[in-house]
Design a protein around this ligand. Structure first.
Ligand SMILES: *Cc1c(COP(=O)(O)O)cnc(C)c1O
Length: 387
């Protein structure tokens, strides 16, 4: 089976991990701050807080920007459940903003409309979490303008978009947002096994997220409420978590980050090959890239232009023939746990319609030209027969 995504681990990556294993520190050593500094520098943010998943980073970001009980947080329905769950961990409610049909990112027009209505109703969101679907940045400057006008925080879920850019600035720069979150799960663009990070330009937010990552404990006397009892002393000043990344993982992350440009180039080559080989097919629409965006190309989601009932047989045929397609995403509001909160089919029709039509083709740096040719051949045959 040709998988839709997978990691690419080099001998140098293994050496970096081995060096940590043979060192004094498996966790809370020098590899984590080094990885954080590299990430922040690469993205043009002032700080990065590395954690053990993007889910943890989203949770910390929500807490740091002040999301709590009684608040509401808005996100895209076309995402992995973690983008919405983070608000519920804080005791807040979740609502969704429908997506635009081509990028399948949160629609700025729908957001502006919903904000105007929420203002009248007196329930504006505390934070909005736009998701850069497939690696393609949302129109984050426009979202930032709405944030300034309506007074909400912006947390970018850039789990798919490590290495992407928008208006020539790296995703993660936080030029138009408060926090940007990355995932380093193995199917994403770079990996630490499990892992994630929250980037920001705001030193106070970075400090708060770093404290919450490790039990809400401080060791700096300036942050303590009482005098230290001695050199061993620390204080828990609020309730935090153990969301730490290990040094083993951080060393892998730093090594992978050094390979990011090669990964992005490989992904772009495959995307160009798919575009050339599939562009003439009227039965499918290929993913787009806006002029102001360089996508990280985490995913290659195609959409059937005709009868969506053909998606299931197409998916099955591709799987039977060894092509490891996937579907992104089951709209979050249709999950049973969200339906129980009052969400129902029909509420976010664009996310629902694009979900019904979509299949993600394999896309990762280890795909060979032969693999791509095979995907194209099987897909063209299946479309000719089934669509
Ligand atoms: C993968 C993913 C997450 C969660 O990432 P983890 O590192 O597995 O916690 C969150 N949001 C989106 C959009 C994702 O794709």
């Amino acid at each position: 089976m040709i998988p839709y995504g997978r990691q690419d681990i080099s001998p140098a990556d293994c050496d970096a991990v081995r060096a940590v294993l043979e060192s004094d520190w498996l966790t809370q050593g020098p590899a984590v701050p080094r990885f954080e500094a590299l990430l922040a520098e690469r993205c043009g943010a002032s700080a990065a807080v590395a954690v053990n998943s993007a889910t943890a980073a989203l949770h910390l970001a929500c807490l740091a920007v002040g999301v709590g009980p009684g608040d509401v947080v808005w996100t895209s329905p076309n995402t992995f459940v973690a983008s919405a769950n983070c608000a519920r961990y804080c005791g807040a409610d979740v609502d969704f903003v429908d997506v635009e049909p081509d990028t399948r990112n949160l629609s700025v027009a729908a957001l502006a409309d919903k904000l105007a209505r929420a203002k009248t109703a007196g329930r504006l969101p505390k934070a909005v979490i736009p998701v850069h679907f497939g690696g393609h940045s949302c129109d984050i400057a426009a979202i930032g303008e709405l944030a300034a006008a309506y007074g909400f925080k912006v947390i970018e879920d850039a789990s798919h978009a490590v290495g992407g850019s928008y208006r020539d600035r790296p995703v993660g720069s936080c030029r138009w947002s408060d926090v940007t979150v990355f995932s380093f799960h193995p199917v994403k663009i770079i990996t630490t096994g499990e892992g994630g990070a929250a980037l920001t330009r705001d030193a106070a937010l970075a400090n708060r997220m770093a404290r919450l990552r490790s039990h809400g404990i401080v060791r700096d006397e300036a942050e303590m409420e009482g005098p230290p009892h001695g050199p061993w002393y620390y204080e828990q000043v609020e309730l935090g978590f153990n969301y730490r990344l290990t040094d083993i993982q951080a060393a892998l992350g730093a090594s992978q980050l050094g390979r990011l440009d090669d990964f992005l180039a490989a992904r772009r080559r495959i995307v160009a090959a798919y575009g050339e080989a599939l562009g003439d097919l009227s039965a499918i629409a290929l993913p787009v890239e806006r002029p102001e965006v360089r996508s990280g190309w985490h995913l290659y989601p195609i959409q059937l232009t005709g009868d969506p009932s053909r998606r299931l047989p197409l998916f099955q045929r591709l799987r039977e023939r060894g092509i490891g397609v996937q579907v992104h995403y089951i709209p979050v509001h249709l999950q049973p746990d969200y339906r129980r909160l009052g969400f129902a089919a029909g509420m976010f029709p664009v996310a629902e319609d694009t979900y019904a039509r979509t299949v993600s083709l394999p896309l990762h740096p280890r795909l060979t030209e032969g693999d791509v040719a095979r995907v194209v051949e099987v897909l063209r045959e299946a479309i000719a027969e089934l669509c």
